[in-house]
Design a protein around this ligand. Structure first.
Ligand SMILES: C[S@@+](CC[C@H](N)C(=O)[O-])C[C@H]1O[C@@H](n2cnc3c(N)ncnc32)[C@H](O)[C@@H]1O
Length: 362
C-alpha cells in the first residue's frame, strides 16, 4: 500500500460505477477522497449539468483538481479527522444535499486499527473504507445514492459488522460486481462495487452480504467438534535440536501425504494438541489437500496459521474430513481476504454448524 492509498480508478471501472446509478435525477455529485477526479469526471459526462464536490487530503491532488476543474468545488481536507473546524464547516453546508456519492476510499488500516465514527449519535468502530461510507452518508439527500469500491473484507469481516447493520437499516444495498486483484495498478486488494440507495426498501433478499456462502443446516449429527487455533507466531518460533522438543506444525507441514512432523521441533515447552483432529490452514490459497486428519495421540504444537478441529474419536475425525471435502466449495468460499485468503474461527464455526456438528471452543 502506498502512503494514502493513491490507487486511482481505471476509466472502465468508473464508467461501470456510474452506469449502476438508478434514475436520472442527479444534480449534485461528491467524492470525498477524489484523487485525480476520475470518478467525478465519469459522472460529469453522464450528468453534465450536475454540480461537483471534490475533497482530498493530498495537497497536490487538490492543487491539480483546482487547476483543471474550475467549476468544481474542491476542498483540501482530512475527511475522517479534519482538525480545523473552519475547514469542516466549509463542507458542512452540503449535508443532506448530495444526490450521488462516488467513492474509492483508502483501504489501509495501519496495524489492523479501527476507525471510530459518530453516526446518528452512535459511536461505530469499523475499517477505514467503511468509515468513509458512514461519513459520506450524512451528505446524501433523502433519496440519494452511493456507489463505492470497497475491500472485499467489508462484506463479511467482524470489524465491519456494526457498520453493515447500520447501512442496511437505511436503505437498499446491491453488490454490482467484483474487481480482481489486478484491477488497480500497484495494488493487489480484492475489491467489490456496491450501490446503496437511501430510503429504499431491501426486499426479501435482505442483506446481500451476510452468510452469502452458507447452506441450509444439515441434519444434526450429534457430534461435537472443538475448535483450537494455534498460537505460536512464526517469527517467535525457536527451533530445537533436542528430541524432547515437540513437533511444530506450520501450513507448509500440511501435505497431501499427511503431516510432516519431522521438519521442526519447538524449543520451549508449549502445550501441544493431540489427535484425533482435522487440521487446516487458517491463511492460505485454499486447497482440499491441506485438510489433514491427525489420528495420533502424541502432541503437536501449532503455529498461529493452523486450526485444529478436535473430534471424539478417529471415526468422527474421518467423517468430519469427508464432510468438509464433500462441501469443499462451501469451505473454500469462506477463505476470503482483500490480500491473502484466510478463514476465521467464526466462519469455521458456521461451516461446522451448517454441517450439523455441535461446536465447543477451547
Ligand atoms: C484509492 S484513491 C481514490 C481516488 C479517486 N477517488 C479514484 O477513484 O481514482 C484514495 C484517495 O483518498 C485520498 N485520501 C486518503 N486519506 C484521506 C482522508 N483521510 N481524507 C480525504 N482523502 C483521503 C488519497 O489522497 C487518494 O487520493
Amino acid at each position: 500500500m502506498n502512503l494514502r492509498d493513491q490507487y486511482y480508478t481505471p476509466n472502465e471501472i468508473a464508467l461501470r460505477m456510474v452506469s449502476a446509478v438508478k434514475g436520472s435525477d442527479i444534480h449534485c455529485v461528491a467524492d470525498f477522497s477524489a484523487g485525480d477526479g476520475s470518478l467525478l469526471r465519469a459522472a460529469r459526462i453522464q450528468w453534465p449539468k450536475s454540480s461537483i464536490i471534490a475533497i482530498d487530503v493530498c495537497t497536490n491532488n487538490v492543487k491539480n483538481l483546482k487547476r483543471k476543474e474550475k467549476k468544481w468545488q474542491v476542498f483540501r481536507q482530512d475527511f475522517l479527522n479534519e482538525p480545523s473546524e473552519k475547514k469542516r464547516r466549509e463542507v458542512e453546508r452540503y449535508r443532506g444535499a448530495v444526490s450521488l456519492v462516488l467513492l474509492n476510499p483508502p483501504f489501509s488500516c495501519r496495524g489492523g486499527a479501527y476507525q471510530s465514527v459518530t453516526f446518528n449519535e452512535t459511536e461505530v468502530r469499523c475499517s477505514t473504507a467503511f468509515a468513509f461510507i458512514l461519513k459520506a452518508l450524512q451528505f446524501l439527500s433523502s433519496n440519494g445514492q452511493l456507489v463505492a469500491i470497497l475491500p472485499e473484507s467489508c462484506l463479511y469481516s467482524d470489524k465491519d459488522a456494526q457498520a453493515r447493520i447500520l447501512l442496511h437499516g437505511l436503505g437498499k444495498i446491491s453488490i454490482i460486481g467484483a474487481n480482481g486483484h489486478k484491477a488497480f495498478s500497484g495494488c493487489t486488494a480484492h475489491s467489490v462495487i456496491i450501490l446503496f440507495q437511501k430510503g429504499k426498501k431491501s426486499g426479501l433478499n435482505c442483506e446481500p452480504w451476510q452468510n452469502k456462502h452458507l447452506h441450509e443446516p444439515h441434519q444434526k449429527n450429534n457430534e461435537q467438534v472443538r475448535i483450537h487455533r494455534g498460537k505460536v507466531q512464526m517469527h517467535k518460533f525457536e527451533s530445537s535440536k533436542s528430541k524432547k522438543g515437540l513437533p511444530f506444525i506450520h501450513s507448509t507441514e500440511l501435505q497431501e501425504a499427511g503431516i510432516d512432523i519431522k521438519r521442526y521441533r519447538i524449543k520451549f515447552n508449549e502445550n501441544g494438541i493431540r489427535g484425533p483432529a482435522v487440521l487446516l490452514p487458517r491463511v492460505c490459497n485454499p486447497s482440499q489437500h491441506k485438510l489433514i486428519i491427525y489420528e495420533k495421540r502424541s502432541p503437536l504444537v501449532l503455529s498461529d496459521c493452523i486450526i485444529a478441529l478436535h473430534c471424539r474419536n478417529n471415526a468422527v475425525a474421518n467423517k468430519l474430513h469427508k464432510d468438509m471435502i464433500d462441501n469443499w466449495e462451501h469451505v473454500r468460499k469462506e477463505y476470503t481476504g482483500t490480500g491473502a485468503r484466510y478463514i476465521t474461527v467464526n466462519r469455521i464455526r458456521k461451516i461446522l454448524v451448517s454441517m450439523g456438528y455441535e461446536v465447543v471452543e477451547g
